[in-house]
Design a protein around this ligand. Structure first.
Ligand SMILES: [Zn+2]
Length: 277
């Protein structure tokens, strides 16, 4: 199932479907397992959180505000629409949202999955339970948490400009969607670049772009691909690519084809990082 593959192949986080608030607003009568939301509008986004996060309110707002600023500065453009942010109090509650959004009844997320972003909403498992209900994420590592949330905000920004708010049917350009979020958010770290360059030198790089978002070095590989586009064509070109929802559309806009793109990206990467190893 394609959707399942997307989920499995995700990076630190996930992109995907949908947007139905299955839990209702704070006026909804309480039922068993119902999440009661406190809702606060902040101009660019509407923050929904629960009483258990009342103490984290400012921390989460700061992450969101910093991320929004990073994304808007990068593209020199504003978010085109107001979006919703839901901060879920526990994994059970965010799994229910993802089950509904992805039409996968009884979906149980992997422990490393803590957030998702699409054009109209960002869903986040509250960092206050990452220690007990997540793995590979340290809530005390604020720069890393910031980059993770900024990554999702890149997905929101792109989703708002794309015909597919939720990126459905865009699996062939998952490399671009994820690479963009990695690159813009600051997740293209030296460590990820080093590992990707090492793999490329050994010939371990994708021959097809649709395979770039698989494997151990997917963040480094896809992030470097988007870095290459930014370097060769400019940030304005990255912005121009955001509404495109298929592979040939991106290649045509870059005035190239898949093979040439991969070859030129590989050569650029090895030249740029020739002293890394
Ligand atoms: Zn992502």
């Amino acid at each position: 199932m394609v959707r399942k593959e997307v989920i499995i192949n995700l990076f630190l986080i996930i992109l995907t479907l949908s947007a139905i608030n299955i839990f209702g607003q704070s006026s909804t009568p309480a039922k068993k397992d119902t999440v009661i939301w406190d809702t606060v509008p902040f101009g660019k986004y509407i923050l929904h959180y629960t009483d258990s996060d009342a103490g984290n309110f400012m921390l989460i707002k700061n992450y969101l505000d910093n991320g929004v600023t990073t994304v808007e500065k990068f593209f020199s453009k504003k978010y085109s629409k107001v979006f919703n942010v839901y901060v879920f109090p526990n994994r059970n509650s965010i799994d229910k949202q993802w089950s509904k959004a992805w039409n996968m009844a009884g979906f149980q997320s992997k422990c490393w999955m803590v957030a998702s972003g699409v054009g109209e909403r960002l869903d986040l498992l509250t960092p206050s339970v990452w220690k007990t209900e997540a793995c590979d994420h340290d809530p005390s590592n604020r720069p890393e948490a910031q980059n993770l949330i900024t990554h999702e905000l890149v997905h929101v920004f792109q989703g708002q400009l794309n015909p597919h708010l939720d990126f459905s049917g865009m699996d062939d350009i998952e490399w671009f969607v994820e690479g963009l979020a990695v690159f813009v958010s600051g997740q293209l770290t030296k460590d990820r670049i080093d590992r990707a360059v090492k793999a490329i030198k050994k010939g371990k790089y994708p021959q097809k772009l649709q395979n770039a978002s698989n494997g151990d070095n997917k963040c480094g590989i896809t992030g470097l691909m988007v870095s290459y586009i930014a370097y060769k064509y400019g940030k304005e070109k990255l912005y121009a690519l955001l509404p495109i929802d298929y592979q040939n559309g991106i290649m045509n806009s870059l005035n190239t084809n898949e093979n040439d793109f991969i070859n030129n990206w590989r050569a650029w990467t090895l030249k740029k990082y020739k002293n890394e190893h």
